[in-house]
Design a protein around this ligand. Structure first.
Ligand code: ARG
Length: 562
């Protein structure tokens, strides 16, 4: 409807679409219509009285079935949309398209999204939950817009942090049975850091473990590395299942080390990289891009650095999946680093050049500071989830009698919704100061509030116990009904915007506004046994469908009952 209003105004004035869009207002009260256009800019341009212009423009606009009324009121043009038309169009479309409402064929690209990226032998904390939730949601938004999405994960499974873990386990915990439990795994790492801090001389032992690990010379150590690496990977499987994410491919740093060495040598041959103080580097000074500094590929001793690995990883991604685009969801502190990576793609004329993008993710911090898997100063996913689940169980028991299995299922769904929504409602590039009490809340702008509202709508439909006429039978459509319908009708626009900006937060905030509007409707209008029962039931049904679609795009599962 907004589009239609803008179109009408573009035709009848000599302002551009952009100018009109900027000026168009939503009036504070329904008597002033659904949209209002102020004529002051026109008045300045035409050197005419704005009131005069308003009535002139209204006079020129022909009757349009989308509007009940278009009138001049002082210097404003007020548009009143045709409520019946709005209801018929919106409800009809949602009834027809159901789960597909909001979809559009905007692209048919094959797109890889790399996200989550936990390292083996370390904690999976709520910071990882943010990246995982964001990656899953962006994947779903891209899919709804027609793209084919490949979900990729990439984990560090070699290097010093692993050496520390293995050393600590062998020296202090070898009697403990290996567990594929992330909190146990994270604990060994924290213990290693603590022991090394207490006695600096111990680092020598770790260095030796690291050498043996790199050269793969110690068979027993290799075995332990493999086993514990598998334990980490297994612990994630459970987590990803709970978070409703499934990866199509999982890469590991250990797999790209060898090809990275070869690639670095090739780049030297092609004069893109050079040897500087023994190390292999790309010096952007040589390519008129001094601001990008120096990009490191190999260390002096020939071992591969993080950057070298990313070069060969990208080659592999594009070769294996014939990608049109490749996204990396990674911390914003790696901004410069990724500029270096992408510039190097260009220099080497890689298939990834011009097709790779960094989606910057800000941190989740604790009120006391940065989260760290070294010190254990963090909130582990599993610990936080368990707390949320326990809390949710208490809340459910207040309302329903259910068996233990159903209770656990619902509590988990609520816990996940609460966690994911807390991460997604915030723009990805804004830091989240993680406040546990805040994230545990079940009211206000939270995941559980949305789930409650959904279940409430479903409950009304269940209670109605009848199939209702889908025709718009209402005698008069009330203000609150119109507001709700117009929110429902804007969902496809919101999806399109969140696709253009790759911003799930737009969907999250839409879902909250929609649920709030629904609750206003529900509290002010009787549905069952009212004169307008059929019409209102069809609004409730459409609402529940659109809220479900929104939550689905956020990767949040709905519950029929809470
Ligand atoms: N595992 C890395 C880390 O924990 C993140 C990997 C990011 N992905 C990449 N292609 N560099 O910092």
């Amino acid at each position: 409807m907004k589009e239609k209003t803008i179109a009408l105004l573009t035709k009848q004035t000599n302002l551009s679409k952009k100018e009109i869009e900027k000026l168009l207002e939503v009036p504070p009260s329904p008597e002033l219509g659904d949209y209002a256009f102020p004529c002051f800019l026109l008045s300045k341009k035409l050197k005419q009285n704005p009131n005069q212009i308003a009535s002139n423009v209204v006079g020129k606009i022909k009757k349009s079935k989308e509007f009940e009324k278009i009138e001049a009121r002082g210097p404003y043009i007020n548009f009143f949309i045709n409520r019946r038309g709005l209801a018929e169009k919106t409800l009809g479309k949602i009834q027809k398209e159901k789960g597909k409402y909001g979809s559009a064929k905007l692209s048919s690209d094959k797109v890889m999204i790399e996200f989550s990226q936990p390292n083996t032998h370390k904690a999976f904390h709520v910071g990882h939950v943010r990246g995982t939730s964001l990656g899953e949601s962006i994947s779903r938004i891209l899919e709804l817009a027609g793209n084919k999405v490949v979900r990729a994960n990439y984990s560090g499974d070699t290097g010093m942090h692993i050496a520390k873990w293995l050393w600590c386990y062998k020296k202090y915990h070898s009697k403990a049975k290996l567990k594929d439990d992330e909190s146990w795994i994270a604990g060994i790492y924290v213990d290693a850091i603590k022991k090394l801090k207490e006695n600096l001389d111990l680092q020598e032992e770790v260095d030796e473990v690291n050498r043996q690990l790199e050269s793969r010379s110690n068979k027993e150590l290799n075995e332990l590395w493999k086993k514990t690496r598998t334990a980490s990977i297994k612990s994630w499987e459970k987590i990803y299942k709970e978070l409703n994410t499934k990866f199509d491919v999982h890469y590991f740093e250990s797999e790209v080390e060898k090809p990275a060495k070869l690639l670095a040598k090739e780049l030297v041959k092609k004069k893109i990289a050079k040897i500087s103080e023994g190390a292999t580097v790309v010096d952007f000074k040589d390519f008129n891009a001094e601001n990008l500094g120096v990009f490191l590929l190999l260390r002096k001793d020939g071992t591969v650095l993080y950057g070298g690995k990313d070069m060969s990883l990208a080659e592999r991604k594009f070769k294996e999946f014939k990608l049109d685009k490749s996204y990396y969801i990674i911390g914003r502190e790696q901004d410069l680093y990724f500029q270096q990576v992408f510039k190097t793609f260009e220099l080497m004329k890689s298939k990834a050049a011009g097709k790779s993008f960094h989606i910057m993710l800000s941190e989740v911090r604790l009120p006391t500071g940065k989260m760290s898997s070294r010190s254990g100063e963090n909130i582990l996913y599993s610990d936080f989830k368990n707390e949320l689940v326990d809390y949710a169980k208490i809340q459910i028991k207040k309302r329903h009698k259910t068996n233990e299995k159903e209770l656990s299922r619902r509590a988990l769904a609520i816990a996940i919704a609460s966690m994911k929504y807390a991460m997604l409602k915030q723009d990805a590039n804004r830091t989240i100061i993680f406040n546990k009490e805040e994230a545990m809340k079940f009211e206000g702008n939270t995941g559980p509030y949305l789930l409650y509202t959904y279940a409430r709508a479903r409950n009304i439909l269940k209670k109605a116990k009848k199939t209702f006429s889908k025709k718009v039978t209402a005698k008069k459509i009330k203000d609150i009904e119109k507001i709700l319908l117009s929110k429902l009708s804007s969902f496809p626009d919101i999806v399109a915007r969140s696709y253009a900006e790759l911003a799930p937060s737009l969907i999250a905030n839409y879902a909250y506004q929609l649920a709030k509007t629904f609750n206003e409707f529900y509290h002010s209008q009787q549905v069952i046994n009212s004169q307008e029962e059929d019409f209102r039931l069809s609004i409730v049904e459409a609402f529940s469908q659109v809220l479900k679609n929104s939550l689905n795009l956020l990767g949040i599962e709905t519950l029929e009952e809470m």
